[in-house]
Design a protein around this ligand. Structure first.
Ligand code: 1PR
Length: 624
């Protein structure tokens, strides 16, 4: 029997799903006694080193775990589950680790790179472990360019003395080489998340499960020990790491909402208007099932047509069903779980769900959306983000639900990150009003504290406000204004096509909106970006109301503006129409990821074509 260790933080559902998908059963460790009796243990740690060790201590698991490992039975640790093996971590210096590996976990330098490190990277073996060793650890063929998903700020430097005879694989991020997996005797640990690393990750878990199948308490079959194999030449390792390297991510985004028949569908707007251009007749039955009470798809500039009732159908008899009416239907581009599975199979590096009907009720009562997430997490083994309605809410019965509670529910259903929209704008407004003093109470802060910054994405929905001269822009927003015929901030030599306003305006500033673009606020996109970074967000999903659904390419000036304003990763979104749009945004800006919706939903541009094009253009991407 396989035992999974859950110390109560983060997304352990994904690992459970991946183990199930490989045909293995498991039990959750509940007591110290379970550890004593376990045959093999998988520890999927998420979050911070200190809270993980505290969680183990509180449950009385520390000593039993040390004894278990010393007994020679197989142990696999993931992320914090690997870091917990070390003596200590600079993340929580007063909190000792399990001390199995006599070395310390350190912090990435952010001089030449973004921290947290979030994305796909290659690994290369430290020793000559041969085909047999690669098979035992599910590492694939010798020259396989497998990438794995990493999310972390702390790492073990490859030069750390105490870890030398433990290093199984190494990875490079910026100019640092660090330990991406360890192995010695019965112990195996990965810094990356195999349960979120697509087919390569599943193969790795499968390798460990197969090679530790039916072990005995005395060690049994256990694991192949490769820790004494001869070292590879450092020059070969260096060359391998440079060739593999950190990749740019391609994200598929699904805007999900209830249509007029009450079904959850994937929809897609142009400038956030998700209804068809033409009116059509909605039947009486469809009306009866109820359209959302309030939804975010209606922009002031694109009002939904008022229902018009043909006079011949109007009846005064209340016993008759309500008459048919004409209105613009919500665009239906497919079922959320089916589409998410398709994108996973096609090689998407991440999948994001934005619940755009979330205003109408509290997200925790939205069972269909939670089911979508659970359904997707069962078979989609890349990171999943969920957004929409993540804020403090009150149920109709008066029960208060915090943003943290909403996020926690999503994580337990299989989400890896939550995306906060409107609430982030309000939080930054409060922050500015308080002269930059944090309250500690906003959703960003509470979720980031409990689950780590990497779990908190903020989704921006800015709109351009055009001006013919800089003086026409309010002074407070002038420093973040953009010259639409000028160069990029990050790269003044970069030639970019002019992108003037509808009346030839040369400048614009980017104004933040809330409630799906319906309401503008007196906040610019740089204020928002710097504010959410200060509050503890780990990533920015940068939409553009102007570009959404336009297929005219990403707003590279907007992407560059935000990218150069913060140190956290940014995902460029809105406007992708062809493969060249992706190479443009990656080449002219320093953005970490690019997201598209419409072209993927309508099968106009396959994800594989985007990746092939990027590889041809010399942009590193994950090969599936
Ligand atoms: O404010 O925390 O409840 O979050 C609501 C979330 O829902 C926000 O992240 C907001 O961006 C999103 N949202 C609200 N209304 C809409 C709408 O379309 N009516 N969708 C909406 C925003 C934009 C992107 C889209 C890209 C790429 N959709 O998600 O996927 O623009 O599209 P493209 O490649 O087709 O151009 P809260």
């Amino acid at each position: 029997m396989l035992w999974l260790l859950d110390y109560g933080a983060g997304n352990v559902t994904s690992l459970a799903n991946s183990v199930r998908s490989l045909g293995y059963e498991f039990k959750w460790i509940q007591t110290a006694e379970d550890i004593k009796n376990a045959d093999r243990i998988l520890f999927p740690g998420v979050g911070a080193f200190g809270s993980a060790m505290e969680g183990l201590q509180k449950r009385g698991f520390v000593e039993p775990l040390k004894e278990y490992i010393a007994s020679g039975r197989p142990y696999m640790g993931i992320c914090i589950g690997m870091q917990a093996l070390f003596a200590s971590s600079v993340e929580s210096p007063d909190q000792p680790g399990l001390g199995v590996i006599p070395a310390q976990v350190g912090l990435f330098s952010n001089k030449d790179k973004k921290v947290p490190c979030m994305g796909w990277n290659g690994v290369t073996e430290r020793r000559e472990i041969g085909q047999e060793g690669r098979k035992a650890y599910g590492l694939g063929e010798a020259n396989a360019d497998n990438s794995y998903y990493f999310v972390h700020s702390y790492r073990v430097a490859a030069s750390e003395p105490g870890v030398q005879d433990w290093i199984l694989t190494m990875t490079q991020y910026g100019d640092e080489q660090y330990v991406s997996s360890v192995q010695k005797g019965n112990v195996f640990g990965t810094q990356f998340h195999p349960e979120k690393s697509g087919k390569a990750g599943l193969a790795l878990i499968d390798g460990w499960l197969k090679s530790t199948d039916a072990p005995t308490k005395e060690g049994g079959k256990g694991l192949l020990d490769v820790s004494a194999k001869p070292l590879r030449a450092q020059a070969d390792i260096d060359a391998d790491l440079v060739r593999k390297g950190f990749t740019k991510r391609i994200v598929a985004c699904l805007d999900v909402r209830a249509n007029d028949q009450g079904d959850l569908v994937v929809t897609k707007g142009d400038q956030y208007d998700v209804r068809e251009a033409e009116e059509s007749v909605t039947t009486a039955d469809e009306h009866a099932s109820g359209a959302p009470e309030e939804s975010s798809e209606t922009l002031p500039s694109a009002p939904v047509a008022e229902p018009t009732l043909p006079s011949s159908t109007v009846s005064a008899d209340p016993s008759e069903p309500p008459p048919a009416k004409r209105q613009r239907q919500v665009r239906n581009l497919g079922k959320p779980v089916d589409l998410a599975r398709r994108y996973y199979a096609e090689g998407a590096d991440e999948v994001a769900f934005l619940n755009i009907t979330a205003f109408r009720s509290t997200p925790l009562r939205d069972q269909p959306m939670l089911d979508v997430l659970r359904g997707a997490a069962e078979t989609v083994f890349v990171p999943l983000t969920i957004g929409g309605g993540i804020r403090d809410t009150v149920d109709p019965d008066g029960t208060e639900r915090s943003a943290l509670e909403v996020a926690g529910t999503y994580f337990r259903c299989g989400a890896d990150k939550v995306s906060i929209g409107s609430d982030a704008v309000f939080a930054v407004e409060e922050l500015l009003a308080a002269d930059g003093k944090k309250s500690g109470k906003t959703g960003i802060e509470t979720i980031s504290y409990a689950y780590g910054a990497q779990a908190v994405v903020v989704s921006f929905d800015p709109k351009r406000v055009y001006a013919t001269s800089l003086e026409d822009i309010p002074e407070i927003h002038r420093s973040s204004a953009v010259d639409l015929a000028g160069p990029l901030r990050s790269n003044p030599d970069q030639k970019l096509r002019d992108d003037l306003g509808p009346n030839g305006e040369r400048y614009c500033w980017y104004q933040c909106t809330v409630r799906g673009g319906r309401e503008v606020r007196d906040l610019d996109v740089v204020q928002l970006a710097q504010g959410v970074e200060k509050l503890g967000a780990g990533e920015i999903l940068l939409n553009s109301v102007d570009k959404d659904g336009s297929k005219s390419g990403f707003d590279c000036r907007l992407v560059d503006l935000v990218r150069t304003s913060v140190g956290i990763p940014v995902v460029a979104s809105s406007g992708a129409g062809k493969v060249e749009d992706f190479s443009e945004v990656f080449k002219v800006t320093d953005v970490e990821a690019a997201l598209a919706a419409g072209i993927f939903h309508r099968e106009e541009v396959p994800i594989a074509d985007v990746k092939t094009h990027l590889m041809e253009e010399g942009v590193k991407v994950r090969k599936d």
